[in-house]
Design a binder for this molecule. Structure first.
Ligand code: AGP
Length: 603
């Protein structure tokens, strides 16, 4: 949700810490702040982006400091609610990512304290100030973790002590070892440009850092071993290269990402899911599967459901994680739950996993971030290998998730002998062609840009799809909503007559996914119903489809597939480009859309 960073070591210029913070800005960007200690102490926090903060800070040198970029949960984005927060004596300074669920209870016992903000976080500083009345600094830190409820990654310092303290519970936190000192951040891409020697904190760990010392304990005060590991820059390179936005760069990265998956998981035509870690016996015995995920990950899961049911002849249930975690799902021991998450840190998905494990289910994690919590909680994994995804609107991770679900379905179908070998081999062959097909679609960038310009005048969109492309319609609508802020709904086309058709008139636009698959005739009649009510239609069609060209107002044509079950992998791309160019045409802030954050680490 928020991005936090910290540093302790050889003297640096304040810009050093803000540069690290900038690499975390996709996590939250409504306000930010920094507190550093060098010859003097300096604190600055603003409502707005790090660029503005950079323009306002004094150029001071420091040897210990913390910084924060915020996604507001408690208290509006203001300079008062921005982090770092501090106590009454202005001796304790801290930054926080997460939510303190019992902050009101704690605050009730801090009546004599003066609060400057509406945040849950500031309560921690005053609570620690209170504990320091009775305990030494380190003891007070351990004591504090006994009372705090919720999720928190904290980085703090106390002027009367010479440590930088880091605490992790539920929210991500990692440390990089530098020549003379340590850098701390919410995720690895922020640290890797400075060092390849990193340590990812586990849950309920507390670290005390000095320039050349790092002590680690668990919440009970027991000392823990610290194993730094090497990570290459290549793994975490997240530059925009020559693209105007990370989102567009990540859309154009999809052929490479899917080729990575093919070369990593295909060996001589056989699928080898290296980190799956489930016995073939267990997989072959599976009776049903349950899928959880949020937002785009949920949509990828929905495509996976269609694929798994068809190829593995297994009943598959799916739900958004925020519902699944509170539903009493009658999971049986050894049922398989597939949890999909790009970041691996989404709180609702992690909570669903926890609930499922309590019921004895096994967890298959489909994840994009090495070392993330989901990769620790899951019994088996499929890494989507898409590289860092910085654009808040997920694109390459989505097609990589669908691709991974297809691979898993084909692998499982082979084990369960639930599909003819010939169909499995044909589908594998077709999967190998997908990157090339996507390259062809990306060549239509200018065409999509022209169409997006024409359609960006419409104030409301419907996205319609049938069968395995119903989820594609949901995802197309989500992409447009997320970055252009235009109201858009994805709907199974067959549902249109049961309500949404009331929305149709000459001021509304409808994007119809109308490929020549078994449901083609059905979607064709839906388009006729829309045209009969003067609705404007953008058709996602097959190149060779002449019949439909006269029916739609605009069209984006896709290469034809021998197996339409793979079509969501192609349909995703023009819908991503369309959303991108509509938002660009409206001058929206594409990589950091308002009110959103890349990884939702709080409920
Ligand atoms: C997608 O563009 C959004 N950023 C959002 O819906 C996202 O898919 C959702 O928050 C899930 O994130 P995850 O895959 O990291 O769990």
């Amino acid at each position: 949700m928020c991005g936090i960073s910290g540093y302790i070591g050889k003297e640096k210029e304040i810009k050093f810490l803000l540069d690290v913070l900038k690499r975390l800005e996709y996590r939250g960007y409504d306000s930010c702040g920094v507190a550093v200690e060098g010859e003097n102490f300096y604190l600055k926090k603003i409502k707005g982006k790090i660029k503005e903060l950079e323009g306002k800070v004094k150029s001071v040198n420091f040897y210990r400091g913390i910084a924060h970029t915020r996604w507001a949960t408690h208290g509006k984005p203001t300079s008062f609610n921005a982090h770092p927060h501090f106590d009454c004596k202005r001796e304790i300074f801290l930054v926080h990512n997460g939510i303190i669920e019992n902050y009101m209870e704690i605050k009730k016992n801090l009546r004599k304290h003066h609060f400057n903000s509406q945040t849950d976080t500031e309560v921690i500083a005053h609570f620690l100030e209170e504990l320091l009345e009775r305990y030494k600094f380190k003891e007070a830190i351990f004591k504090m973790t006994e009372f705090l409820k919720g999720s928190y990654a904290l980085c703090l310092f106390f002027k009367k002590d010479n440590h930088l303290v880091i605490i992790k519970k539920d929210s991500p936190l990692c440390v990089g070892k530098l020549k003379e000192g340590f850098i701390v951040a919410s995720d690895l891409p922020a640290i890797i440009p400075l060092t390849d020697c990193v340590f990812i904190l586990e849950d309920e760990e507390i670290g005390f850092l000095k320039k050349d010392e790092f002590e680690l304990f668990d919440f009970k005060g027991r000392r823990k071993k610290i194993n730094f590991r090497r990570m290459t820059l290549e793994e975490f390179k997240a530059e925009k290269e020559n693209f105007p936005h990370y989102m567009l760069k990540e859309i154009f990265e999809q052929p490479k990402v899917l080729r990575n998956l093919l070369s990593f998981y295909f060996e001589e035509g056989r699928i080898n899911l290296k980190d799956l870690n489930f016995s073939q016996k267990y997989l072959a015995s599976l009776k049903r599967i349950f899928i959880v995920g949020c937002g785009t990950a949920f949509h990828a899961g929905l495509v996976g459901k269609y694929f798994l049911e068809k190829y593995c002849q297994l009943p598959v249930e799916i739900d958004v994680s925020s519902e699944a975690r509170y539903r009493n799902i009658p999971l049986k021991k050894d049922d398989l739950v597939i949890a999909i998450s790009q970041s691996g840190e989404t709180a609702d998905t992690l909570a669903s996993v926890k609930e499922a494990k309590k019921r004895g289910a096994k967890i298959l994690g489909i994840c994009n971030v090495l070392g993330s919590r989901l990769t620790k909680e899951a019994d088996g994994l499929i890494y989507t290998l898409a590289g860092p995804e910085i654009g808040v609107a997920s694109t390459k991770a989505y097609t990589a998730q669908i691709f991974s679900l297809c691979l898993f379905s084909l692998y499982l179908a082979q084990l369960k002998k639930s599909q003819k070998e010939s169909i499995l081999n044909l589908t594998k062959k077709e999967l190998e062609k997908i990157p090339e097909y996507i390259e062809k679609i990306l060549e239509k960038e200018k065409e999509v840009k022209r169409i997006a310009k024409r359609f960006s005048k419409y104030g409301c969109f419907l996205f319609l799809g049938r069968g395995i492309n119903y989820p594609s319609a949901l995802e197309g609508a989500l992409k447009l909503k997320e970055i252009s802020y235009i109201p858009a709904e994805g709907y199974p086309a067959g549902e249109m007559k049961h309500g949404p058709i009331a929305l149709i008139d000459e001021y509304r636009a409808v994007v119809c996914i109308a490929l020549k698959d078994s449901l083609y005739k059905k979607i064709l009649s839906n388009i006729c119903e829309i045209k009969a009510r003067k609705g404007k239609v953008l058709g996602i069609i097959n190149e060779e489809d002449e019949e439909i060209k006269s029916l739609v107002d605009e069209k984006i044509s896709l290469p034809s597939l021998k197996n339409f079950d793979l079509s969501p992998l192609l349909v995703a791309v023009p819908l991503q480009l369309f959303a991108y160019f509509v938002a660009k045409n409206l001058g929206c802030e594409i990589d950091q859309p308002r009110n959103l954050a890349k990884s939702v680490t709080v409920e």
